[in-house]
Ligand binder design. Structure first.
Ligand code: NAP
Length: 492
């Protein structure tokens, strides 16, 4: 039989979000040209291309939520809106001449390791195929929408949309229900509250919410940053340092987060004068256990006469209503799901097949696990950006992504210098690394703070998403490629 895999590249990068574009840019900087960047959407940006709900923005200041090697002096606001972040990534594609490497509308369906040829076989949704010595997966941990399993969901007769799949829906004169009150909901609720005829918000767990200190960046400041880049670097460093100061309250003792707790309580008191509503919105778990939200307009939106917050659990959904556990029917025309993502199940079944036909989905059934969040035993020559336990509850993930990119470049350099064709992390090294990680996480507020969150795997209860510490600790860990922890093959 003839080999259907005709095109071969040294590297294939999957996903053109922060991870994929950052990796591609740094490859170009290092002189590497033999790679392609495959993106399933028809534009670049990853999460910032896909998520289009009103009010979508980043809750990490933009001067830190951007690449250290591609500073942008022109951010319009402290917290840039979605379209500006997406435009920044497009600008990076131009700046680093990535267009020739970028292939849009190419959704990778399967990645299969070929042990005989020691390369990956990659097939996309069009049936097109390619082989590669190395694959860098930058598909992100929050790209698969989480659909709630509520009785009667299928019977609903109106429109159902997930926050990630928003297409400019018209909410005028509609009675709308929103399920979920996490990071996405607090951004779009204030935007749609004045548009919908009636907005009913179903809250399962209240969140700790801090004021969002957003502001426009003056043109004088932008000019200063453009003229003296070190000034912008200093600003970035300051934002990073302040964010790092949150770690003790998350990792050492939650009592150290007293400042944020006071600030959040005062914010709630000031914005919600109604004691009954305030009670519904008061969390009963440790601050930081779930992601702390930033919003200055969510609470005021809940005070509107056309908005109602329901904290009674949902019993079922009927063709024209949501019925809560008290038996009350909330008649609606449209349902918006702000129910988050399948963060603990980031890889679909059958997508990544490693040595001995191992399906990564199956390997991770007790929760995703990797070595340094980047390599997985049995999946040679595969690097993951934002893999297991590299998400953050306190700082910019771009800092983590850059650490992983640098690490991957070092690993590739080592392979090339030593004329090696494949590398696989030793099972014992991966186990040791994760045992240590889980021991640290066991003491953290995410595991002990008496809340449920997407950080924890629903079956094993393990925290498979967050990095347990300061970002500098991760950078320090990733400063060297520890070849002793890997098995290598040098010849066919
Ligand atoms: P999320 O934070 O996971 O929130 C999901 C919400 O849906 C929660 O309120 C959850 O309640 C509720 N929910 C889930 N299943 C439910 C069910 N069956 N019945 C009733 N309620 C249900 O999701 P998200 O808001 O989309 O945010 C996810 C993550 O994306 C964030 O944590 C963040 O990392 C990222 N994000 C970032 C930004 C940013 O500005 N950087 C913005 C948006 C999102 P419980 O709390 O009780 O589980």
């Amino acid at each position: 039989m003839s080999d259907p895999f005709t095109e071969h590249k040294k590297l294939v990068i999957i996903g053109a979000g922060f991870g994929g574009i950052g990796m591609a840019a740094r490859l170009v900087q290092s002189g590497e040209r033999d790679f392609v960047l495959l993106e399933k959407s028809d534009g670049v940006g990853g999460t910032w291309w896909v998520n289009r709900y009103p009010g979508c923005a980043c809750d990490v200041p933009s001067h830190l939520y951007s690449f250290s090697f591609a500073p942008n002096p022109n951010w319009s606001r402290r917290f840039a809106p979605r379209h500006e972040i997406q435009a920044y990534l497009e600008q990076c594609v131009r700046q680093f001449n990535l267009n020739g490497h970028l292939h849009l509308n190419r959704a990778v369906r399967t990645l299969r390791w070929d042990d005989r040829h020691r390369h990956w076989q990659i097939a996309d949704q069009h049936g097109q195929t390619i082989t590669a010595d190395f694959v860098i997966s930058a598909i992100g941990g929050l790209s698969r929408p989480g659909w709630p399993d509520i009785p009667g969901m299928q019977s609903f007769g109106g429109q159902v949309i997930h926050s990630q799949l928003w297409h400019g829906e018209d909410l005028k004169n509609q009675r709308v229900a929103v399920i979920g009150t996490g990071a996405s909901a607090v951004q779009f609720v204030p935007q749609i509250a004045h548009e919908a005829k009636q907005l009913t918000i179903f809250q399962r767990t209240p969140n700790w919410i801090l004021p969002r200190p957003d502001q426009a960046i003056s043109s004088a400041r932008k000019k200063r940053f453009a003229r003296w880049p070190w000034l912008q670097k200093l600003a970035r460093f300051g934002i990073w340092l302040i964010a790092e100061c949150r770690v003790p309250g998350l990792m050492w003792s939650n009592r150290l987060a007293w400042g944020h707790r006071l600030l959040a309580r005062r914010h709630l008191r000031r914005q919600i004068p109604n004691p009954e509503l305030r009670k519904k919105l008061t969390p009963d778990y440790a601050i930081g256990c779930k992601r702390v939200l930033l919003s200055s307009d969510y609470y005021p939106a809940l005070m509107r006469t056309n908005v109602e917050l329901i904290d009674t659990p949902i019993a079922c959904i009927e063709p024209d209503a949501v019925v809560d556990a008290s038996g009350r029917r909330h008649t609606i025309d449209m349902l918006i799901l702000a129910t988050g993502f399948r963060a603990t199940e980031p890889v679909p079944r059958g997508m990544i097949i490693g040595r001995d036909d191992q399906d990564l989905h199956q390997t991770w059934r007790e929760g995703p696990q990797a070595y340094r969040g980047t390599n997985v035993t049995g999946f040679p020559n595969l690097f993951m950006l934002l893999g297991p336990n590299t998400a953050l509850g306190h700082n910019s993930v771009v800092v983590m992504i850059e650490a992983q990119i640098d690490y991957t470049l070092k690993a590739l350099e080592y392979m090339q210098q030593n004329q090696l064709v494949s590398m696989d992390i030793q099972p014992e090294a991966q186990r040791r690394y994760n045992d240590r990680l889980q021991r640290k996480l066991a003491r953290s507020v995410w595991n002990t703070g008496s809340c449920g969150s997407w950080y924890l795997h629903p079956q094993s209860g393990l925290n498979t998403t967050l990095w347990p510490g300061f970002t500098w600790q991760y950078r320090w860990l990733m400063r060297r490629f520890r070849w002793k922890d890997f098995e290598f093959d040098s010849e066919f």
